[in-house]
Design a protein around this ligand. Sequence first.
Ligand code: SAM
Length: 303
Amino acid sequence: MAPATMNGPRTRVALDGVAETLLWTLYHRAMEARRPDAVLDDPMAVELLDGIDYPFERRFGKAHMGSAQGQALRARTFDERIRAFLDEHPEATVVALGEGLETQFWRVDNGRLTWLSVDLPDIVELRRKLLPAEPRVRHVACSALDDRWMDEVDASRGVVVTAQGLLMYLKPAEVRLLIARCAERFPGGELVLDAVPRWFSAQTVKGRMKTREGYVAPPMPWGMDASERWKLHGAHPNIVEIRDLALAPGRGFFYTRVAPHAHLIPVVRNRRPSITVVRFGPGAATDTPKAGPEAESGVDGTD
Ligand SMILES: C[S@@+](CC[C@H](N)C(=O)[O-])C[C@H]1O[C@@H](n2cnc3c(N)ncnc32)[C@H](O)[C@@H]1O
């Protein structure tokens, strides 16, 4: 089914701050998907982009093929992990936290999964307006930090939670708490998340990540260098495995020879954005540690 915008007039969208970043990711993903040799098959994103009245190029600049491909490959890496989980748990619930205008459901749907899309109320409203309703997709309009969405999850057939392009906008103590709550509530499930490295997070906090057109990326208070992902174990005893997901290979020298192997390359392995799978064991539920001042500086509370 096509997006609601397809044949009608374009829908005007005005967002700012963190909410506007969902237009950044959609723009880049869709511009990549438009190419005949695209690394991501996503006609829905292309139609969605075309149906939105927003000055994408004036605001964000030209979608340079590097950044467009990078965004698309990040999405594809998440897609591949979700598909792998669904191979083992075909009727699982996929929870997409901070989903924005992602069209991932239409890329990975196996006809049996249940999808729970979580975002802030204005964004859920926008999503409902622009994207088609689907019988196996539900929305929860609340913060990812609010336990309400967890109560909507049927965990009996497996749960994979994704946080794609979300956690960097939260505070470190909030990230820790969210991971701990997922570990406690979804034994046997997993969380797939991405992180910006600390140097990048620091630059955004100083307002220094800008495009030539003057768009300034909002602060990303949570940064994690790939080498410190083991610290996530400290968030909850149910965490049984933490591992790196290599970026799916793409086109051109950088995206075939460098990015997919970045975890092995000394100069870049710790300075790159990373994608991590956190797997939860079937262990007995334990009280979630409270986010306190001791957890403010690093996700494990020790920094
Ligand atoms: C960079 S966009 C990512 C959107 C989408 N996941 C993607 O990859 O295109 C960040 C998203 O996080 C959402 N967001 C920010 N804070 C949130 C919170 N506390 N709870 C849920 N969603 C949040 C924003 O509304 C936005 O949709």
